[in-house]
Design a protein around this ligand. Structure first.
Ligand code: PEP
Ligand code: CO
Length: 452
């Protein structure tokens, strides 16, 4: 442990074991690209990061709820008007459902503007007798199955930065420009499933919120300020450390270093171990950080990692994002909560019900079942309540598009439908309809718990 407490700097991770390391054929090209990135302006500001940290601290104690969602792997080709807008729209719709149903403010965090690097369990992908490097996210190589496409290309780091900047620009413009205005029919109307059983539930919520707003405006004699804009924060897995390092900056006040490529980086399951380069990098930045917690991590490892990442035990700094799967959560989550409580650690607990519930359909493609996702989530709510702990947030892989990647939900997507619109490059996402239904089901669960 003493060794681990050595002085930190943005490049100190380079002295540690780099899991999921990317090997570039031309290191000089990589260096040139990193130097260019280091000259670019940051993508987010430290003030935004600090305000997110305060909101996460509130979520940790149940005064707010975290909604984190977006693609498993963002694609450069998805840097498009409609895709960005639809993703924002579904996150906004879900957040209004949660605000109304849980009577709690929501902090909205996208898995976007940087979610370009993917950890892979196998370094090679074999098709027939050809073996090529696995696809590792658009920031590293391309999805197409050819030796050229699968070669890691440093120029992709610049493209990733640019796509993130384009998205952020659009998200900020929408968030400021009446995007969340409840009278803006474009954003509140559902463009799917008028027949669906939860359609009227959603319409009812939107109508009630509009009525309440109208009432408040009538009483106050004018528009209520602050209601037409919303905050969206960004998050991604801080996997490609050279990219993260190039965007790690010291703000003008000179207190500490921030990763200014995103508000909220997280450490994935595959790079989480005491001596990993990823843990070393994360320990020194001042952003709030997420830690994916799943099978294989022991309670004592979790406690020592959390202490190592948050030696001053600051509330809002650490979010533990648990991803056990519906079949393991009852056995493993209570033990982790107990260990964290005994150690007196202040954390925000968030449930990712996606990554522990991945399975292969008969056709061989990866899918997830709506029912398993919901079950893990409901169990997580129960387990936290039984442990006198707070489940302060949820983490989904979702899209605003009408894809068929996960099975189930009211629209009844079944295995045979999976091929119809299966577009994800890595993990299956909830489509817009399934996502909204999930938000409504969270509210139902919350209301049941309040009543009992
Ligand atoms: C992810 O969030 O896309 C991911 C790879 O998750 P995990 O690290 O929890 O497996
Ligand atoms: Co994923």
């Amino acid at each position: 442990m003493h060794e681990l407490q050595r002085e930190w700097h943005p490049a100190s991770w380079r002295t540690r074991k780099v899991l999921q390391q990317v090997n570039y054929n031309d290191p000089l090209h990589l260096e040139a690209v990193l130097a260019e990135l280091a000259r670019y302006p940051p993508l987010v500001t430290f003030r935004e990061i600090e305000s997110l940290r305060l909101q996460l601290a509130e979520a940790a104690t149940g005064q707010r709820f975290l909604l984190q969602g977006g693609d498993c792997a963002e694609r450069f080709e998805d840097c498009r008007d409609d895709i960005i807008k639809n993703r924002l729209k579904i996150l906004l719709q879900m957040s209004v459902v949660l605000i109304y149903g849980m009577q709690s403010p929501v902090v909205r965090v996208g898995r976007f503007a940087g979610q370009f690097a993917k950890p892979r369990s196998a370094p090679q992908e074999t098709r027939g007798d050809v073996s090529l490097p696995s696809y590792r996210g658009d920031i590293i190589n391309a999805l197409e199955y050819s030796p050229e496409a699968r070669t890691a290309d440093p120029q992709r780091l610049i493209r990733a930065y640019q796509c993130a900047a384009i998205q952020l620009n659009f998200v900020r413009a929408l968030s400021d420009g009446g995007f969340a205005n409840l009278r803006n029919v474009d954003y509140w109307n559902l463009n799917f499933a008028e027949y669906s059983p939860f359609f009227s539930e959603y319409q009812m919520i939107i109508e009630k919120v509009r009525d309440a707003l109208h009432f408040a405006e009538t009483v106050s004699g004018g528009p209520i300020s602050g209601l037409s804009r919303v905050d969206f924060y960004t998050s991604h897995e801080a996997l490609h450390l050279p990219y993260e390092e190039a965007l790690t900056r010291c703000p003008p006040h000179g207190r500490g270093m921030y990763n200014l490529s995103t508000h909220f980086p997280w450490i994935g399951k595959r790079t989480l171990c005491a001596d990993s380069a990823h843990v070393e990098y994360m320990r020194g930045i001042r952003n709030p950080v997420g830690v994916k917690v799943g099978p294989g991590l022991t309670p004592s490892d979790l406690v020592s990692l959390t202490r190592h990442l948050n030696p001053n035990n600051e509330l809002g700094r650490i979010t533990l994002i648990t991803r056990y799967g519906a079949n393991l959560v009852e056995k493993q989550l209570p033990v982790m909560i107990d260990a964290v409580q005994r150690a007196g650690l202040q954390v925000l607990w968030c449930c990712d019900p996606m990554h522990g519930n991945t399975e292969r359909a008969e056709s061989g493609i990866k899918t997830r079942r709506f029912d398993n996702i919901l079950e893990e989530l409901e169990l997580a709510f129960d387990i936290h309540a039984q442990s006198a702990s707070v489940l302060g947030g949820v983490h989904f892989e979702l899209t605003g598009e009408d894809v068929t990647e996960c099975i189930g939900g009211a629209s009844g997507i079944d295995e045979a439908d999976l091929g119809k619109a299966y577009h994800t490059s890595v993990d299956p996402r909830l489509n817009a309809e399934q996502s909204l239904e999930m938000a409504l089901r969270i509210v139902r669960k919350h209301q049941q718990m309040v009543l009992t």
